[in-house]
Design a binder for this molecule. Structure first.
Ligand SMILES: *Cc1c(COP(=O)(O)O)cnc(C)c1O
Length: 366
């Protein structure tokens, strides 16, 4: 191996541990020669994309010789209407993941610190380290974010705080009141990234939408995505909502055509498909019941989740059970890299998929 090349990279990048994605169905098929594989590993929508999104993609195919609209005007206009904000407050990303990267690239240097929670989404340490900033990881409280401790960890060097609400992989949810108080207490030199990738699944009856806060917090960036509830993970489209000033900065550093044509039209059509979104939410609620009832029968504890996944404590090596489930054609997510070596994260599937998983888990544990 030529180590010289490694030494030429920045220190942060040299030490970076790449994101580990869920195992692919095709990969397991290749390895084990199995078919009928069930994948409950990446919090994808078990119903797939909605009909309106699919038909928009079909119609856009003939236009693929042309570059996409680099401003994403049409999608942004619909988002702006939906949330009653200005188009200038929106930044589109190649998945909301790109927003996390853009905010790090735009605002961090090696002088700065970034605060996030233990067990928080794995992308936060990656984007922090890639730009040479210092990660300050705050111990979790009951698997969730300890906002008091996170606030105490903020110094005049802290340029970004990441909050995932609900958090992945734990599914823990902070109340809107608590999050609002936290943001209000931050110094105005510190950006709060509020990652709401699972926003659509949260039962928010009676709670304020975080978007209300954009009026008073210019240092707030809310990120949401079409990958989870809208079933478009393969197209890579997410968005950031912020003050116009923050959006201007983020839009300066993104690639000019960061969203492809199919992603743009599908996302816009998906916003108009309330029926598919509701069906998704219903399948998720029913599946959550089904899985947790199954865990109860197996005497397993789980962390109550506000997302489309649930973290179950299997009281032994998660990696070992993960491997055993793979051999039965069921892909789930081990979370040892999140300092949760005895848990597995299970994405909620269809009733049939959940049943196959529970059967495989029962056989594996007995
Ligand atoms: C899935 C996820 C994302 C990003 O997903 P994209 O596909 O890039 O939009 C961001 N944050 C959390 C917490 C997630 O679980």
């Amino acid at each position: 191996m030529n180590n010289k090349i490694y030494q030429l990279a920045s220190l942060g990048v040299q030490q970076l541990i790449p994101y580990k994605a869920g195992k692919l169905i095709e990969e397991l098929e290749r390895e084990l020669g199995l078919t009928n594989i069930v994948k409950l590993a990446s919090n994808e929508n078990p119903l797939g994309p909605g009909k309106k999104a699919l038909s928009a993609i079909q119609q856009a195919l003939l236009g693929l010789a042309l570059y996409p609209d680099g401003s994403g005007y049409s999608l942004k206009r619909v988002l702006a209407q939906k949330y009653a904000i200005e188009i200038e407050q929106i930044t589109l990303g190649n998945g909301s993941n790109e927003l996390l990267e853009l905010v790090a690239r735009a605002f961090l240097t090696s002088e700065f610190e970034v605060v996030f929670s233990q067990h928080a989404f794995a992308v936060y340490p990656i984007v922090t380290q890639a730009v040479g900033a210092k990660a300050v990881v705050v111990p979790a409280l009951n698997y969730g974010h300890d906002l008091d401790a996170m606030l105490a960890a903020v110094t005049d060097k802290t340029r970004i705080v990441f909050i995932a609400n609900p958090n992945n992989p734990t599914g823990t949810l902070l109340s809107q009141e608590r999050v609002e108080r936290f943001i209000a207490a931050l110094p105005d030199t510190c950006i709060c990234v509020l990652d709401e990738a699972y926003f659509e699944f949260v039962n928010s009856v009676g709670a304020v939408d975080s978007i209300e806060w954009l009026k008073k917090f210019p240092n707030l960036l809310i990120t949401r995505t079409f990958s989870k509830a809208y079933g478009l993970a393969g197209l890579r489209v997410g968005y950031g909502l912020s003050s116009p000033e923050m959006a201007d900065i983020l839009n300066r550093v993104r690639q000019p055509f960061n969203n492809n044509t199919l992603a743009l039209v599908a996302a816009e059509a998906a916003l108009d498909d309330a029926e598919h979104l509701q069906a998704t939410i219903n399948v998720n609620a029913a599946g959550m019941q089904q899985l947790t009832a199954g865990f109860k029968q197996l005497n397993l504890e789980w962390i109550p989740s506000a997302g489309n996944f649930v973290l179950v404590d299997i009281k032994q090596s998660g990696q070992v059970i993960y491997d055993a489930l793979l051999r039965k054609g069921v892909i789930v997510r081990p979370v040892g890299n999140y300092e949760l070596p005895q848990h597995l994260r299970i994405s909620i599937g269809t009733e049939a998929e959940n049943k196959i998983f529970l059967q495989a888990l029962t056989e594996t544990l007995n």
